[in-house]
Design a binder for this molecule. Structure first.
Ligand code: SF4
Length: 435
């Protein structure tokens, strides 16, 4: 039997085959399908149109519905979308629904999925959102699909997938205190371009990856799509299993899968993380890479710390270390990805002060758990760029208009770089504050 990569092995299992090769099309059984308020209504429309108005989803326990995008807004159409989710959940008796306005509300889907135990090694997780690849951090095949494909999955539990070839990115060494996973993935995207991994699996490996905590691994996989990747993936280790076993919804059995020795990678790049320096993506593309040292001093109007990429507790802990006891010079918005992360802002402390206190004392504004301004949204969205200002952000995309105004300038960076820049009012190198 030829050796396979982790991605190939998962797709082989999910399609009932002993072996699959890159380029091979397979029918895959789906373990979890996630949708949210932006794409859920369209997906349900496709489902009812093609399977009939009385159709039932293939498995009410494998569909996870998470309103998170346009949640805290007066926009009637956005609110209507959430109502459509509620109706569908009732009609279909969906087990996992994290409704806004209830104690069950969570926030950003890609962080809520693992927190609520819907990510497991070896599984196939599909979602109607391009950053579904985040869950590859748990050693599973996770990718975003469109509403039409998702409507088909709702009816059948299956999808038709072409097996991607795999690119391997190896990181060696322990991250210096001034670097985060965001710097690593911005370096990769800058090196290969926003189309450098189109329809390819991006496998992250090496002692530098396994030294990262699970949230940092999620940041790596989250931005695989920014290079065009079909999926990002990191084989599970004990860190992964400790996280998953504490949360596994429904205690479902799963299999840990790793790439075989001798598996074929169509590309390999090795990084020594001890030699990297803080990275930034300039407007208007995630691959418009510069080292922070090259753009230091660039004037900014706003700083934003949030999203599925940069709104986890690890991100806020890092930012709070720099902001502690100081004051920001520009408008600074802090948006926890989920309600669990929001609770962490109160329970996590530095020098006896909660992270929330540190942010508020520094002059930052803290929003409710959600996508908030990461995707712009209605004009009353917390943190949205409603005017053509310049913003440094821990989010994952900086295309024109992504965070609101089409002429706004968005720089993508790590929480450390964003916090240092919020204090300076210009792009700043966090190494100047950490040494
Ligand atoms: S936080 Fe941003 S990137 Fe993540 S799911 Fe929400 S809108 Fe998409």
């Amino acid at each position: 039997m030829p050796a396979m990569t982790i991605t190939e092995k998962i797709l082989a299992r999910a399609s009932g085959k002993a072996h699959v090769a890159p380029g091979e099309n397979v029918w895959v059984n789906v373990d979890v399908l996630m949708t949210h308020d932006v794409c859920g209504p369209g997906t349900f429309g496709v489902f009812y149109k093609h399977f009939g108005k009385d159709a039932k989803v293939w498995d009410r326990e494998k569909v996870v519905i998470i309103p998170d995008h346009y949640i805290f807004t007066k926009d009637a159409m956005a609110n209507r979308n959430v109502d459509v989710l509620r109706d569908f959940v009732k009609q279909q008796d969906i087990k996992y629904f994290y409704d806004v306005g209830t104690a069950n509300y969570k926030g950003v889907c890609h962080i809520a999925l693992p927190e609520e135990g819907h990510t497991r090694p070896g599984e196939v997780l599909l979602g109607t959102d391009s950053h579904t690849c985040t869950a590859g951090a748990f050693g599973e095949f996770a990718t975003g699909i469109g509403n039409t494909d998702a409507g088909f999955v709702l009816g059948t539990g299956k999808t038709w997938l072409k097996t991607p070839p795999t690119m391997r990115f190896v990181f060696h060494g322990n991250l210096p205190p001034y670097l985060m996973a965001k710097d690593l993935i911005l370096a990769v995207i800058g090196d290969i371009g926003v189309d450098g991994a189109t329809y390819r699996a991006m496998e992250f490996d090496g002692d530098g990856v396994y030294a990262l905590n699970i949230e940092e691994r999620m940041t790596l996989c989250n931005m695989a799509i920014e290079a065009g990747g079909k999926n990002g993936i990191i084989a599970a280790d004990q860190v992964t299993l400790d996280y998953v076993n504490k949360r596994n919804a429904g205690n479902r059995p799963y299999n840990v899968v790793k790439s075989d020795p001798g598996a074929q990678f169509m590309f390999e790049k090795v990084y020594d993380v001890t030699k990297l320096e803080p990275v930034i993506a300039k407007p208007h593309s995630p691959d418009n890479k510069a080292f922070v040292s090259e753009v230091k001093g660039t004037k900014l109007d706003r700083a934003y710390i949030g999203s599925c990429t940069g709104g986890k507790l690890t991100d806020f802990r890092a930012a709070a270390e720099l902001l502690n006891g100081k004051s920001v010079k520009i408008d600074t918005f802090v948006v926890p990805a989920t309600t669990e992360v929001a609770r962490g802002l109160d329970t996590e402390t530095i020098g006896g002060k909660s992270l929330r206190d540190i942010f508020l004392s520094a002059g930052a504004k803290i929003g409710d758990a959600s996508c908030a301004a990461c995707l712009g949204g209605p004009s009353d969205t917390f943190g949205r760029l409603n005017t053509p200002i310049s913003c440094i952000s821990t989010t994952n995309r900086n295309f024109p208009g992504r965070m609101g105004h089409k002429e706004a300038q968005v720089f993508l960076a790590s929480p450390l770089t964003v916090a240092a820049s919020a204090l300076a009012g210009t792009i700043a190198d966090c190494r100047d504050l950490l040494v």
